[in-house]
Design a protein around this ligand. Structure first.
Ligand SMILES: *Cc1c(COP(=O)(O)O)cnc(C)c1O
Length: 456
């Protein structure tokens, strides 16, 4: 049958509160026009992030009951460690309460002033954790990855020539190369196995360790299976193990392809590096067999890792994101193509060409989608990336609005509604105005900045 259905049925429901346009206007103004500051009860369809917002399965809830809260050496820890190593057989697995905790610990050990860490595109927390140590974060995605409308099967790929040039020039200052799968800040676009092998070869030649930011490893592996020549017959779990075999370590947020609401880990082969990281872990996260998580969380993640590589799940997951992207595309709304794994990215700069980047077209669109239909999205553009460490401002490479799809949470009619709201806003987009920032912190400003509309 042509329809790809949700491979589950609903077991427990959460009511949604339908708000009026007046309520939404008041709520977003009170929030300083920052969607992160809106009470989520005032949101109808919450596409702010796919991080930790998914629905757990009945087996994961059973895992929550099975959770054992022993401080050290809990059976939940051994189940978690075995589930991670079944896909990522790194010698050391270090649990953390979420992805950025893994980043913070690793960067504290390998970062520092004068260091430089390349990636296809650093995620915001990765970049911030690198810059917080005084090191420099460099993005080296292929040029195709920066052209939103261009169709290319692996727009997350690393630009190997530029990586090679950087390694030749700055090898002594580069403690590790990162690759983010899928490339979240670059549109949720996948990285091919061939490209990962190319990065590995360069890391071997220059003797630099390769780390994965593997938050969406299963979605990336599904795209490899679907799009990369010769990969179509393979099990996703087998592709994931091959990806792992190309790297020396990883950071992970289990709030994404861990199918859990909290959690993460850091993993690596290197014994000395692992010892340094565990010492920091004990300082800030907890003992190395729980790392800031409850035993029950470790069990939920262990089961999530079994479910996330199932083909029926991934076929549905990738198709349901594609359904939203295709609907917006058909409505004439400029989106990043092809559709990514976990989200659809609207090209706000192209949709609102009358709003200059430093007046935040992405923020203007995100606010309009909320006011029009109670949809919460996330600006990924000049608000998120425009502030430099010295406090100056410059336009980000792209001004996107991300509609991230929580895993196993919304139905097709919810998504049809989202498409209708976006089309309604697009029809009157010439009337939308820009914003200015009235208050902002020094780093990761998009979370807490306050805004003001530039025109009434
Ligand atoms: C979410 C994310 C992180 C950070 O993980 P948290 O669990 O949110 O701290 C890092 N990298 C990428 C690519 C992500 O998507």
């Amino acid at each position: 049958m042509p329809t790809i259905i949700e491979p589950f049925r609903i077991h427990s429901v959460e009511p949604l509160r339908i708000t009026t346009a007046e309520e939404r206007h008041a709520a977003i103004a009170a929030a300083g026009y920052n969607l992160f500051a809106v009470h989520s009860d005032d949101v109808l369809i919450d596409l702010l992030t796919d991080s930790g917002t998914g629905a757990m399965s009945s087996e994961q809830w059973a895992g929550i009951q099975r959770g054992n809260e022993a401080y050290a050496g809990s059976p939940s820890w051994y189940r978690f460690e075995a589930a991670v190593k079944a896909l990522f057989p790194f010698r050391h697995v270090i649990p953390t309460h979420q992805g950025r905790a893994a980043e913070k610990i690793l960067m504290a050990v390998i970062g520092g002033p004068g260091r430089i860490i390349p990636n296809n595109t650093h995620f915001d927390t990765t970049r911030a954790n690198i810059e917080a140590t005084g090191a420099e974060a460099v993005d080296l995605v292929i040029p195709e990855g920066l052209d939103p409308a261009l169709e290319h099967p692996f727009k997350g790929n690393m630009d190997l020539a530029r990586l090679d040039a950087l390694l030749r020039e700055r090898r002594a200052d580069i403690p590790a190369v990162f690759v983010t799968i899928t490339n979240n800040s670059g549109g949720g676009q996948p990285v091919s196995l061939e490209n990962l092998r190319g990065v590995r070869a360069l890391c071997d030649r220059h003797q630099v360790p390769l780390f994965l930011d593997a938050c969406r490893f299963a979605e990336n592996a599904w795209f490899i299976r679907e799009r990369e020549p010769g990969q179509g017959g393979r099990e996703v779990a087998e592709i994931v193990r091959e990806i792992a075999s190309l790297a020396d370590g990883m950071t992970m947020s289990a709030k994404k392809d861990g199918l859990a609401n909290i959690g993460g880990w850091l993993a690596m082969h290197d014994d000395a590096l692992a010892a340094s990281c565990r010492n920091l872990l004990i300082l800030t996260e907890g003992f190395p067999t729980y790392g800031g998580l409850a035993g029950r969380d470790l069990d939920a993640i262990a089961q999530g890792l079994v479910e996330v590589v199932q083909h029926d799940y991934l076929r549905y997951r990738i198709r349901s994101t594609g359904y939203l992207g295709d609907g917006l595309h058909a409505a004439g709304i400029p989106t990043m193509r092809p559709v990514g794994g976990h989200a659809v990215y609207i090209d706000a700069r192209r949709m609102l060409p009358h709003i200059p980047p430093l007046q935040y077209p992405g923020q203007a669109l995100a606010v309009a989608l909320y006011e029009a239909g109670g949809i919460r999205s996330c600006e990924i553009g000049t608000v998120m990336f425009g502030r430099r460490p010295d406090g100056s401002e410059q336009p980000a490479a792209l001004d996107l609005v991300r509609l991230a799809i929580p895993r196993r949470t919304y139905t097709q009619s919810h998504i049809d509604y989202v498409i209708e709201v976006c089309a309604e806003v697009a029809a009157r987009s010439a009337g939308l105005g820009g914003y200015r920032i009235t208050e902002e912190p020094a780093a990761l400003r998009h979370f807490t900045a306050r805004f003001e509309p530039l025109q009434g």
